[in-house]
Design a protein around this ligand. Structure first.
Ligand code: HEM
Length: 496
């Protein structure tokens, strides 16, 4: 027993198991007996290794098997002949790591080592009879040492791998990157730049201005911000910078922290805010819509009663005029305008509270045909076509109302002529026209309440349709395609 410090952990291990000069001498003397049997032992090792699924699974190509067989021969030679020094220890360390790389489960190192030990001892017994005992004991100690070394590095490598996978997972999931820069503003270290941030970008070794997308460097005035942070010795945060990268609008928060370290002068912390910004915008929009809805309802209620009063009074006056009174046409004009206002009031009310949808199975083809048969008589110059077939789960009246609105828009868009087509598919109705279409910059706008290109419209038609669609869990959108050359609107309802 000794409490003296060991020069190396391998010396400590050898002392612990009692592997000494005598053992080394036993093994060396045994080598000439084993040498002629090495092929047989290695073949047996291979047969056993591949006889079980876990072993066979790691030995998939023949070149690898050949490499392993010849490595095993060298391994046996080294086990017996030594020298059991530091270089030996390091070669054994490599085995454990290699086994993690090839995906060998740890337990197979143990069972394989047991087979190997028995084979070597059998050779000893066959050749030496009763004198085999010290040789077998030396083999036992040497193989235990090998197993201990390779298991140690096996565990280390596996843990490293697991940690790395976890880190990669985290970094990949989080829209955050941290970069360290040296005096020349070259990136010396970085959390693996998040794939979510900039794809497969390599930052290390490159100047920061090249490592990050140019739009971001320029948009954040990054180089100047870094200079200022270094000069002032204070952290600077750019709370939000909006940039366009590869055609997409993205938002970032950047924090530049000056550091006082030989290899790290500055730390740049980069966080993507795009999703947060978009969610906020969506929330603001729906809040604004809700407020607008409440306002619309209030205005509509205030208008409705006086309008009814005016309308009644105008009718009374109208009736009191003689048939040929020259003021009659004027009164009719007034009544016409009142009607327009009435329509507007009803639309405002429809927008403010779309009501509760009654969802059931709807024959979309039948509904589309109903719409077309109602309005085609009013538009003799237009050719209407209803094609396809399909059903969906929706509120029949709502579908009717939306399709009617879309078809009316289509008719107006192409000036009372040409072809308007309604295409029905399962869960989907598409209304297409051959008009001028919707310009790209207005694609989002057209669904906004009170947006209109017509002089007489309320600008509520599509906004109402979209609200009505939402209230029955359907979506209404403008298609990217232009099958008839003009606009194509798609109503998608729940499939049956
Ligand atoms: C007594 C137990 C074992 C010992 C002493 C041992 C030894 C070795 C050695 C020395 C290497 C080369 C390491 C290097 O590249 O530095 C190696 C690699 C390898 N071992 Fe083991 N091994 C054992 C068990 C097993 C078992 C049971 C399998 C399962 C089939 C296996 C599969 C492999 C494979 C696939 C490689 C990589 C071969 C290559 O592509 O070069 N080993 N092993």
């Amino acid at each position: 027993m000794t409490n003296e410090p060991f020069a190396h952990v391998f010396d400590e291990m050898k002392a612990y198991v009692g592997f000494d000069k005598d053992d080394e001498a036993q093994l060396q003397a045994f080598w000439p007996t084993v040498e002629p049997q090495v092929d047989r032992i290695v073949t047996h090792f291979y047969e056993r290794a591949t006889a079980f699924p876990a072993g066979a699974a790691v030995l998939h190509d023949s070149a690898q098997v050949r490499r392993l067989m010849s490595t095993m021969k060298v391994w046996i030679r080294e086990l017996l002949l030594g020298p059991h020094d530091l270089a030996y220890f390091q070669r054994r360390e490599r085995i454990g790591r290699r086994h993690v790389d090839v995906g060998l489960p740890a337990r197979f190192m143990f069972v394989a080592m047991s087979v190997m030990r028995e084979d070597l001892c059998r050779v000893a017994h066959e050749a030496l009879g009763a004198r085999a005992r010290p040789v077998c004991e030396a083999i036992g100690r040497a193989t235990e040492l090998d197993l201990a070394i390779m298991t140690g590095t096996f565990i280390e490598r596996r843990e490293e791998r697991q940690l790395k996978t976890l880190q990669e997972l985290l970094v990949e999931r989080m829209p955050v990157s941290v970069l360290l820069l040296d005096d020349l503003l070259v990136v010396t270290a970085a959390t693996g730049i998040s794939h979510r941030l900039f794809g497969d970008m390599q930052a290390i070794g490159r100047p920061i201005a090249e490592a990050l997308p140019e739009a971001l460097v320029v948009g954040a005035n990054l180089l100047e911000t870094i200079d200022r942070a270094i000069a002032s010795g204070r952290e600077i945060q750019i709370v939000r910078v909006d940039v366009e990268i590869d055609g997409k609008e993205r938002s970032f928060r950047l924090t530049v922290v000056p550091l006082d370290h030989a290899s790290a002068r500055v730390l740049v912390h980069l966080e993507e805010l795009t999703e947060t910004v978009q969610t906020e915008a969506r929330m603001q929009r729906s809040e604004a819509l809700a407020q607008l809805g409440a306002l619309s309802a209030a205005v509509a209620h205030e208008l409705r009663n006086p309008l009814a009063g005016i309308s009644g009074a105008v009718q009374v006056i109208g009736r009191s005029l003689a048939q040929d009174d020259r003021r009659r046409p004027i009164m009719m004009k007034v009544e016409e305008q009142i009607q327009r206002l009435n329509v507007m009031v009803s639309e405002l009310l429809a927008f403010s509270r779309p009501g509760t949808a009654k969802i059931a199975e709807v024959d979309l083809l039948e509904t589309a045909r109903g719409v077309v048969s109602l309005i085609q008589a009013e538009h003799p110059g237009v050719r209407f076509e209803v094609v396809g077939q399909g059903t969906g789960r929706a509120d029949k009246n709502y579908v009717y109302q939306i399709v009617l609105n879309l078809v009316q828009n289509a008719v107006q868009a192409q000036g009372e002529q040409g072809l308007v087509q309604v295409r029905v598919d399962p869960g989907r109705v598409m209304v297409m026209d051959a008009g001028p279409g919707v310009p790209d910059d207005l694609r989002e706008e057209i669904f906004r309440p009170f947006f209109t290109t017509r002089t007489r419209g309320t600008g509520l038609g599509l906004a109402i349709c979209q609200r009505v669609a939402q209230s029955m869990h359907a979506t209404l959108r403008l298609s990217d395609q232009r099958p008839l050359g003009g606009a194509a609107f798609v109503l998608e309802v729940e499939p049956s």
